[in-house]
Design a protein around this ligand. Structure first.
Ligand SMILES: Cc1cc2nc3c(=O)[nH]c(=O)nc-3n(C[C@H](O)[C@H](O)[C@H](O)COP(=O)(O)OP(=O)(O)OC[C@H]3O[C@@H](n4cnc5c(N)ncnc54)[C@H](O)[C@@H]3O)c2cc1C
Length: 417
C-alpha cells in the first residue's frame, strides 16, 4: 500500500499552496463567488492568514490601475476601497540629502494632464479583503495550520500530504508559497538571480502636515528611499540601505530611529511620529528558470522576486494569477485537462518575458542610482530631466507603471473568467 492510500484523500480541481496575497487571489480567480464557472479549490497554508492580520506588518503596496480592476472583478476592492489612498502625484529625485533633491521626474502634478492611477493600500487591509471574499465563496476550502510535507506530481494527478497526515489530490497545484517556495525546490526548478546585499526598511508614521497624495522616490547613493502616502496624515517608507547600514538603523531605539527618519525626510511633512516597529527585508532579484513543472504552476514570489523600488512585486504576481486563471478557464471551456502541459506551457510563455523585462529594469535602475559615481550622476540626471520635458515619453512610463501595457489578461481588464 502506498503512503497516499492509508488515509482518505480529499479531491479538488485546484490546490493553491500559500494563503498570502497571491495565493488567496489565485483561489478567488478560479473558485471565488465571482468566477464564471467556479472550480473546487483548496488553499493551504502552514500559518493561519487571520493571525497575520493581528501581527505588526506595516507593509503597504502600491496597487496599479490594472491590479485594482482585477480586485474589483473578484469582489475584493469593495472591502479595500475605504482604506486606500490615491497616489495623485509622484516625484522622483536625485537625493543627496533632504535639502538637495533636484526633481528629475514628476507625474500627476497640477496642470500636467498626466494623471497617476496607483493607490496605496496597507497589506493587512488587502489580506482582510481577500479573506472576506474567500469566506463568501462556497467552492473554496481554506486549510491552514499545517505545511505541505510531501508531494507527488504524476502525469494524471497531483497529490499533497500535509504535516498532520491529511492528503489532498487535484488536477493542478499552484505554488504561491513565497520566495523560498518549497514546492519549486521539490520540483527541482532552478533560479537565476542574486542578492543585492541591501535591505528594505519598512515603517509607517504620522505627520503633522498633509502629504497631498504625493509619493516621493529619492534615489540616494545608499539606495532608493520611498515615502508613500497612506490615508490621513500618515505615510509609509521603504528605505533601502546596504545590509550593515540597515542593521544599524534597525538596532536604534524608536526615538533614535524617528530622529534619523525625520532628518532623511526633511521638514515638508512637519513633525513625524513613528507607528509600530520598523522591519527589515533582505533584498534580492531572481526568477525561476521554468514557471511550471508537471501539474505545477508557480505564481508570485515563488516565480520571481524583484527590487521593491517601483513597488511592482505584488503587481507582477497578480499578473501571473490573472494569466494563469485565463489559461485554466479557456481550457475548461474547451473541455481540456486544466493541469495539462498545453495549459502550463501557454501560461509560462505568456508570463516569462514580462517578468524578465520588469526584473531587469528594476535591477538596472537600482544599479544606476545606488552609487555616488559623478559621471553616472550627470548622465542619469540629464536623461531623466530630458524625459520629464517629453509628455509622450512620460505618458508611456505612466502606462507601463500602471500595468496597462503588453498583452493584458481579462481579469486585469476588469472582466471575470
Ligand atoms: C520591502 C518591500 C516592499 C514591497 N513593496 C511593494 C509594493 O509597494 N508593491 C508591490 O506590488 N509589491 C511590493 N513588494 C513585494 C510584495 O510584498 C511581494 O511580492 C508579495 O507580498 C509576495 O506575495 P506572495 O503571496 O507571492 O508570497 P508570500 O507573501 O511570501 O506568501 C507565501 C505564503 O506561503 C506559505 N507557505 C510557504 N511554504 C509553505 C508550505 N510548505 N506549506 C504551506 N504553506 C506554505 C507562507 O506561510 C506564506 O503565507 C514589496 C516587498 C518588499 C520586501
Amino acid at each position: 500500500m502506498g503512503v497516499f492510500d492509508a488515509v482518505m484523500t480529499k479531491t479538488y480541481d485546484v490546490i493553491v499552496v500559500g494563503a498570502a496575497l497571491n495565493g488567496l487571489t489565485a483561489g478567488l480567480a478560479l473558485g471565488g463567488h465571482r468566477a464564471r464557472r467556479p472550480l473546487s479549490v483548496a488553499i493551504i497554508d502552514r500559518k493561519d492568514p487571520r493571525q497575520a492580520l493581528a501581527s505588526n506588518d506595516s507593509r503597504a503596496s502600491a496597487i496599479t490601475a490594472s491590479s485594482k480592476r482585477m480586485f474589483e472583478a473578484l469582489g475584493v476592492w469593495e472591502h479595500v476601497a475605504p482604506h486606500m489612498q490615491v497616489m495623485g502625484e509622484i516625484i522622483v529625485t536625485d537625493g543627496r540629502g533632504p535639502e538637495a533633491r533636484p526633481v528629475l521626474l514628476q507625474f500627476g502634478e497640477a496642470g500636467s494632464g498626466l494623471a497617476t492611477s496607483a493607490h496605496m493600500v496597507e497589506n493587512h487591509h488587502l489580506l482582510r479583503g481577500l479573506l472576506d471574499a474567500v469566506e463568501k465563496s462556497p467552492n473554496i476550502t481554506l486549510v491552514t495550520g499545517h505545511a505541505v510535507a510531501q508531494q507527488s506530481f504524476a502525469p494524471g494527478l497531483a497529490k499533497l500530504t500535509l504535516a498532520n497526515g491529511e492528503q489532498l489530490s487535484c488536477s493542478l497545484v499552484i505554488a504561491a508559497d513565497g520566495g523560498k517556495s518549497p514546492l519549486r525546490q521539490a520540483a527541482g526548478i532552478e533560479l537565476v538571480g542574486w542578492s543585492y546585499e541591501q535591505m528594505g526598511i519598512v515603517a509607517s508614521f504620522d505627520h503633522a502636515l498633509p502629504h497631498g497624495g504625493r509619493a516621493e522616490e529619492h534615489f540616494t547613493p545608499a539606495g532608493p528611499f520611498a515615502v508613500l502616502p497612506l490615508p490621513g496624515n500618515r505615510s509609509s517608507i521603504v528605505w533601502t540601505k546596504d545590509t550593515a547600514g540597515a542593521k544599524r538603523l534597525l538596532g536604534l531605539s524608536p526615538q533614535e530611529f524617528e530622529t534619523e527618519l525625520q532628518n532623511e525626510i526633511g521638514s515638508h511633512l512637519g513633525k513625524i511620529a513613528l507607528l509600530g516597529k520598523p522591519q527589515g527585508y533582505p533584498l534580492s532579484m531572481f526568477f525561476a528558470k521554468e514557471f511550471h513543472a508537471t501539474r505545477l504552476a508557480l505564481v508570485g514570489d515563488a516565480a520571481h522576486v524583484i527590487h521593491p523600488l517601483a513597488g511592482l512585486g505584488l503587481n507582477l504576481g497578480l499578473r501571473d494569477v490573472a494569466a494563469l486563471a485565463e489559461c485554466v478557464a479557456d481550457a475548461l471551456a474547451l473541455g481540456q485537462d486544466i493541469g495539462g502541459l498545453a495549459v502550463l506551457e501557454r501560461y509560462s510563455t505568456w508570463r516569462r518575458f514580462d517578468t524578465v523585462a520588469t526584473a531587469a529594469s528594476m535591477d538596472g535602475l537600482n544599479r544606476l542610482f545606488s552609487n555616488d559615481n559623478s559621471f553616472l550622476r550627470i548622465l542619469r540626471d540629464l536623461g531623466l530631466r530630458a524625459t520629464n520635458q517629453m509628455p509622450g515619453v512620460k505618458q508611456m512610463f505612466a502606462r507601463e507603471a500602471a500595468g496597462q501595457t503588453g498583452s493584458l489578461p481579462r481579469l486585469l481588464r476588469g472582466e471575470t473568467v
